[in-house]
Design a protein around this ligand. Structure first.
Ligand code: F3S
Length: 756
């Protein structure tokens, strides 16, 4: 294991470190003295402190050292802006940025791409220049979707990757533990801090038998989602093993892992197989394949390893499934689907069929889809039987696009009536300028994507979005109706004779190798010292972050309560998404959404609070800005589990930016609590949760910051509007290092100080 094997062909200094992993595993094994699952092996071999780390599944918090970081262009903006303020000359761990989320599908690939490049120019220029400056690999718009590029270039068996996108687990198809995180976590790893994860539980899925005919890898996860539901994987890694695994292509396994995000799983992984080795070789990484072969005994679970939950799927019996509408766990086998359409009154006409996206755009997916389209075209020569529904293809990467252009699948799809979009997320993330139905008009679409929540694809809440394999999308697009079952229902050929479509066929890897297509990668330059990061001072989408002020060393007195929030206050209430996402790289602009969804206890309304200095009611961000302008710090009072939901770092950055000092709640969602600490805020909890009720929205408070010490409560003095002042003890979870974050103004300030 002593060999120096490069992780990929792009980076000369990133190596696969099986030696270190084996050493760490030996330490952990001697401590735990029990067989380990594959997920455990990957995680524990990346522990920062294998000797001292507490390890209990579902209980301990692991401090880990990931091998890589990946960011998509929407989330990369704030992550890189934050990294910049750490004052480091380059990222400490290999990192890549992928431009895939900002390209809107309108008319087709090249035109859509050109339009996106012009609309998003300042964002792309910023990312390209920042990547060049800080030694980050930059994948330009048009290169493809982050998860496909990771699989093709960077994923390796046994590795640990974090990515700022929920479908990062896609790389589990190459036996990598790849986990979706918020930007703040990515910044930590870029800056060489260990990354924290609650030790996941492990769900074992044993695959037996072999799939055939119309059943595709996608059906495994569609079935699992139906069994476990959208919450069933929370806090767990799903581990696929058993004799059925060997028959699955690497990209097929990636599809299963990708959509594991829909059951809330931390990530999903497959045992290492020969098919993975073949994929590594086909994607220019034969040395990684050979190295993984020598480590193969650690790339599967130990004999007798125990799972927290166990499922078995017989692939021979697995039926094709269609999941939806509106939720990915409503799983219906194809044999029962037509009846379900009738019973539920789902719109039966299939308006649009969409294949591709990060979930299902492999060479195998495209080849199988094209084989069905070709079969249909051949039945009705010379015009051919074409798609009745509108049909849309999203290649996952430039390499896939170029290869299927060379090998003919792309022209088959075009002949079939398809529109080929840019190599990007497009309709999968709602970047779809859909014109064929009006907003509010009920209609059905069928895609090979992963997510189908209300409005996700086209912003129309009445669109019934179903997810399935690309095979069923193509077949059902021919019939144009949700009632069509290609396994049993016949179509008519040119002479009016009935025929059954032949089951799809297609190779996992191209016989002639992959065609890389256009070069869409920007490597960091050798001399990075002269590179200037491009941010226009007048931009409304990007803003360089100014370091937050250090603590003044004093207790804070007479602070107004900006809002006493009642009930659920999620990160979406604190920093709303939707149209605000445009400003995610501009802290001051996006701060205009701060807490606008939180409910004010005083009046039961959202975004309407009293400015105690003027007596007027105004929007929450406006009042915060007024206090800030007057030099008045403020606090927020919150209810239970404050900050639950997505881990978005803006929910912590915004209150800090607008002059908040402390968020005082009955309890916090843990990630948000840590995010607040990182930004130099004080997340505090009522030692007695009942004290929440003693505070009135117009009270003033003193926070005795000078008392802040590990494991000790600190005092809040409450000055009611009318009546006598009283004290309330507040608890916190700061450790020594985190107290330094508060004192220095933020975790990044602390890092910048250390770097000086
Ligand atoms: Fe997400 Fe893009 Fe895939 S939106 S689901 S990464 S196609």
């Amino acid at each position: 294991l002593d060999k120096k094997v490069r992780q990929n062909i792009h980076e000369v200094n990133s190596f696969v470190n099986y030696k270190k992993m084996a050493e760490n595993l030996a330490i952990v094994r001697s401590r735990l003295n029990r067989p380990l699952t594959l997920a455990e092996k990957i995680l524990y071999s990346h522990l920062d402190d294998p000797e001292g780390q507490d390890i209990e599944r579902g209980v301990s918090y692991l401090k880990l050292r990931p091998d890589r970081v990946a960011c998509q262009d929407a989330t990369a903006q704030m992550a890189i802006l934050q990294f910049m303020s750490a004052g480091m000359p380059q990222v400490a761990n290999p990192t890549t940025v992928h431009c895939d989320h900002l390209i809107e599908a309108q008319v087709g690939g090249p035109k859509d791409l050109a339009r996106a490049i012009s609309i998003n120019k300042e964002v792309y220029d910023f990312l390209a220049s920042a990547c060049a400056k800080y030694n980050i690999g930059f994948w330009k718009p048009g290169s493809g979707i982050i998860h496909q590029i990771i699989l093709e270039n960077y994923a390796f068996p046994g590795g640990l990757l974090i990515g700022t996108d929920s479908h990062t687990p896609n790389a589990g198809g190459l036996s990598m533990a790849a986990i979706g995180v918020g930007g703040a976590d990515a910044v930590d790893v870029m800056a060489n801090l260990p990354w924290e994860l609650k030790a996941p539980k492990v769900i074992g899925v044993k695959l037996t038998g072999q799939m055939s005919g119309w059943t595709a890898p996608k059906d495994i996860i569609l079935k699992v989602a139906g069994e476990l539901t959208v919450k069933g994987g929370t806090g767990a890694i799903v581990e696929y093993h058993g004799p059925g695994v060997a028959g699955l292509s690497c990209s097929g396994a990636a599809t299963v892992c990708n959509m594991g995000a829909e059951i809330g799983a931390t990530t999903s992984v497959f045992d290492y197989t020969e098919q993975q080795a073949a994929y590594l070789k086909a994607t220019k990484r034969p040395e990684v394949a050979a190295f993984a072969d020598s480590f193969a005994h650690e790339l599967k679970a130990d004999k007798g390893a125990e799972y927290d939950q166990f499922l078995e799927i017989n692939l021979t019996e697995l039926e094709p499934h269609i999941n939806g509408p509106f939720t990915p766990d409503l799983a219906t086998p194809i044999s029962k689907f037509s009846a379900a359409v009738k019973a539920n009154n789902w719109p039966e006409e299939l308006k649009v069929g969409l294949i591709g996206s990060c979930t299902n755009s492999s060479y195998e997916d495209m080849s199988r889809g094209a084989s069905i389209a070709r079969d249909a075209l051949n039945q009705q020569v010379p015009i051919g039987l074409k798609a009745k529904s509108a049909f849309v293809v999203t290649p996952g990467s430039e390499q896939i696009r170029a290869t299927i252009a060379r090998d003919g699948q792309l022209s088959t799809f075009e002949e079939f009536g398809g529109v080929v979009l840019a190599n990007a997320c497009g309709p999968c993330i709602g970047q779809w300028d859909r014109q064929d139905v009006k907003k509010g008009e009920a209609n059905s679409i069928l895609s090979s994507y992963n997510r189908n929540f209300t409005g996700r694809n086209d912003g129309n809440p009445a669109t019934h979005s179903f997810v399935t394999s690309p095979d069923l999308v193509v077949a059902m697009s021919i019939a144009g109706t949700l009632h069509f079952n290609p396994l049993t229902d016949k179509l008519k050929d040119k002479d009016g004779n009935e025929f059954l479509l032949a089951p799809p066929t297609g190779k996992g890897l191209p016989d002639r190798g992959f065609d890389p297509g256009e070069d869409t990668y920007q490597a960091p330059p050798k001399d990075r010292s002269t590179v200037q990061v491009q941010v226009s001072p007048t931009s409304d989408r990007l803003q360089v972050l100014q370091p937050f002020n250090a603590w003044d060393g004093k207790d804070a007195t007479d602070l107004p309560i900006l809002i006493k929030a009642k009930g659920k206050t999620t990160t979406d209430h604190i920093s709303m998404a939707g149209p605000w996402l445009k400003y995610r790289g501009h802290l001051d602009n996006i701060s205009n959404n701060m807490l606008i969804g939180a409910i004010n206890e005083a009046n039961g309304e959202a975004n309407k609070v009293k400015n105690v200095t003027t007596g007027e009611f105004d929007a929450v961000p406006a009042v915060a800005r007024d206090y800030k302008a007057k030099g008045i710090k403020w606090v927020v009072i919150g209810d239970w589990n404050y900050g639950e939901g997505s881990s978005r770092e803006h929910a912590a950055l915004e209150p800090r930016h607008l002059g908040g000092l402390a968020i005082i709640t009955r309890s916090f969602a843990r990630i948000h609590e840590t995010n607040l600490k990182k930004q130099g805020m004080l997340p505090l909890t009522f030692s007695d949760p009942a004290d929440y009720d003693k505070i009135k929205p117009e009270d003033k408070v003193d926070i005795l910051c000078t008392e802040l010490a590990v494991g000790k409560p600190l005092t809040m003095v409450v000055h009611p509007k009318d009546g006598k002042s009283f004290k309330i003890p507040l608890s916190h979870t700061f450790n020594e290092a985190q107290i330094e974050w508060f004192k220095n103004g933020s975790a990044l300030n602390t890092m910048a100080k250390a770097n000086k």
